[in-house]
Structures are given as C-alpha cells and as structure tokens.
Design a protein around this ligand. Structure first.
Ligand SMILES: *[C@@H]1O[C@H](CO)[C@@H](O)[C@H](O)[C@H]1NC(C)=O
Ligand SMILES: *[C@@H]1O[C@H](CO)[C@@H](O)[C@H](O)[C@H]1NC(C)=O
Ligand SMILES: *[C@@H]1O[C@H](CO)[C@@H](O)[C@H](O)[C@H]1NC(C)=O
Length: 262
C-alpha cells in the first residue's frame, strides 16, 4: 500500500510536469482557479444545492465544502471543475445560508466553537443524506462519490461507511474527524494532506494512514509540501508550492475516481 501511495504521488507529479512540456496527460484547463462559477442553485427536498457539471452523467459527486460553504466562489469553482471532468456535481449548502465569514481570520471575535457546535453530525448528516437520496431517487444516478474539504472532509469519511450509498471518496485536509469515523471507511478513498496544515500534523496523518491501511480498502494518501490548511480550496496562487498543491490535489481526486469507479 505504501508503494502504491508512492507511485500514485509520483504519477501525479509526472503528469503535471509532462503537461508543462507540451505533452499533457491531464487537461489542466478543466480546473478553474479564478473567475465566475457556472452552475445554478436550486432547492430540492428542502436543501439548497449548488448544481453544476454534466447532467447526463450517471455518476454524481457530492461536493462537501469547507466552513465557507457554497457561498465562497472557490468552492463553486472546484465543483465546476469536477463537472468538467465529466461528472454531475451537487454541493449542498451545509450551513443553510450562514457559513463562516470568508475573512474569518480578520474577525477575532467570531465564535468558531459556537459555529461548529451548531453544525455537528446531528445537523449535517441529514443534509448530506437528503442530497444523496435526491441524486439516487430523483435524478437516478447509478453512482455517488463524495469530495470533502476541511469541515466537509470529516463528512466524506463518515459517508464512506457501510450503508451510506456512496461508492468512493476524496478527502482534503480534513477537520474534526475521529479515528472511529476513519476506521469505518468501507469504500475507496484518496486523501490529500499539506505539510503545513496545523490541523493534520504528522502524527495525525500517520494515524489516518495506519487506520486506512487496516481497513483494506483501496486508498492513497498524498502529501504536498509547503501547503497549509485548506490549500486544496483556498491556496495562495502567488505561492508556487500552494498553487501546485491545489492543482495536483484536484487531479489526484479525478484520477482516483476514474480508476476506482468505472
Ligand atoms: C457526460 O456524460 C455522458 C454520459 O456518461 C457522457 O457520454 C459524456 O461524454 C459526458 N460529457 C462530458 C463533457 O464529459
Ligand atoms: C445537535 O446537537 C447539539 C449538541 O448535542 C445540540 O446542541 C443541538 O441542539 C442539536 N441540534 C439538533 C437540530 O438536534
Ligand atoms: C501569497 O504568496 C506570496 C508569494 O509567496 C506572498 O508574497 C504573499 O504574502 C502571500 N499572500 C498571503 C495573503 O499570504
């Protein structure tokens, strides 16, 4: 498994390098880093959803955002990018219109603990379950994948458990996950970590990797150098290491899904 993870990391690197040599393995243009989002917001079964991508795809990605929600354009742009990879993408509004403020670090009085307490699994699981039910029963997709970032990363792990009707997942820089939630994973999962992520220091990364190894599910775990928490969504694009990490983590997810979900 370690060898596989290593080869996987290497193949991501080679792909991106080749693209720079005019011989692209991945079409980098599908990933939008800036600009306007192209999807729509619709309410289904009482849940506000950002919907984008390929409406005729039989495979949907449920995009689970960080605390800034679908209100933050970088989350919508990433959902759009998965859409251009060929998927129908649905991102439920996990915070019912009231995400954490985008300039949270500039608001020292913002009560993060209260925000997180108001959005525990008892509140968040039903939103994700309703989204999956909508996709399976009304849209009638054949497969459902999850891609979760930071706050949403924990829920990607949770919904990869038995009986959640999800086929595979991607998790970037997760937050607040418990070991039990990771141990309950029963579907293929790929994880992206940054070595500057204070929520996932080396000990936590090692714990997650060891637990995933013991589950016997197909998994990969890639580590990006110079990448802080939330890099896969909100990288500083002026910093080459962060920009590479964001791009590579996206294609890590796309490649993993293409391989493990046929
Ligand atoms: C959309 O999905 C359909 C059905 O899987 C597929 O045939 C088509 O190539 C996809 N389009 C894009 C642009 O990926
Ligand atoms: C969810 O759980 C928290 C913590 O136990 C509790 O304060 C809150 O009222 C619960 N919310 C709902 C909607 O059940
Ligand atoms: C982004 O990265 C650039 C290049 O390293 C740096 O000069 C700048 O201060 C960074 N911006 C923020 C907001 O951290």
């Amino acid at each position: 498994m370690l060898t596989y993870s290593f080869l996987f990391a290497l193949s991501s690197v080679i792909a991106v390098v080749s693209a720079n040599n005019g011989c692209p393995v991945f079409d980098l243009s599908i990933l939008a880093l800036e600009g306007n989002s192209v999807g729509v917001q619709q309410v289904h079964d009482g849940i506000n959803m950002y919907i984008t991508g390929n409406a005729s795809s039989d495979t949907a990605i449920v995009y689970l955002s960080d605390v800034f929600g679908i209100q933050l354009v970088t989350n919508r742009l990433l959902a759009d990018s998965f859409g251009r990879a060929g998927y129908l993408v649905v991102a439920p509004d996990l915070f019912n219109g009231m995400p954490a403020p985008a300039d949270i670090n500039g608001q020292p009085t913002y009560d993060v603990d209260a925000f997180l307490a108001a959005h525990g699994p008892n509140v968040t699981d039903p939103i994700i379950t309703a989204t999956i039910d909508y996709l399976r029963n009304e849209v009638q997709v054949a497969k459902v994948l999850v891609a979760g970032y930071c706050f949403g990363g924990r829920y990607a792990f949770r919904f990869l458990a038995e009986g959640r009707c999800v086929d595979a997942g991607f998790v970037a820089h997760p937050a607040l996950q418990t070991n039990d939630e990771v141990a309950a994973v029963r579907r293929p999962v790929s994880v992206a970590f940054g070595d500057l992520d204070d929520l996932n220091p080396q000990a936590e990364r090692d714990t997650i990797e060891t637990i995933l190894m013991d589950t016997n599910v197909p998994y990969s775990a890639d580590l990006y150098g110079g990448a802080p928490h939330d890099f896969a969504v909100n990288a500083n694009l002026s910093d080459p290491k962060q920009k590479f990490a964001k791009e590579a983590a996206f294609f890590q997810a796309v490649e993993f899904f293409k391989y493990w979900v046929q």
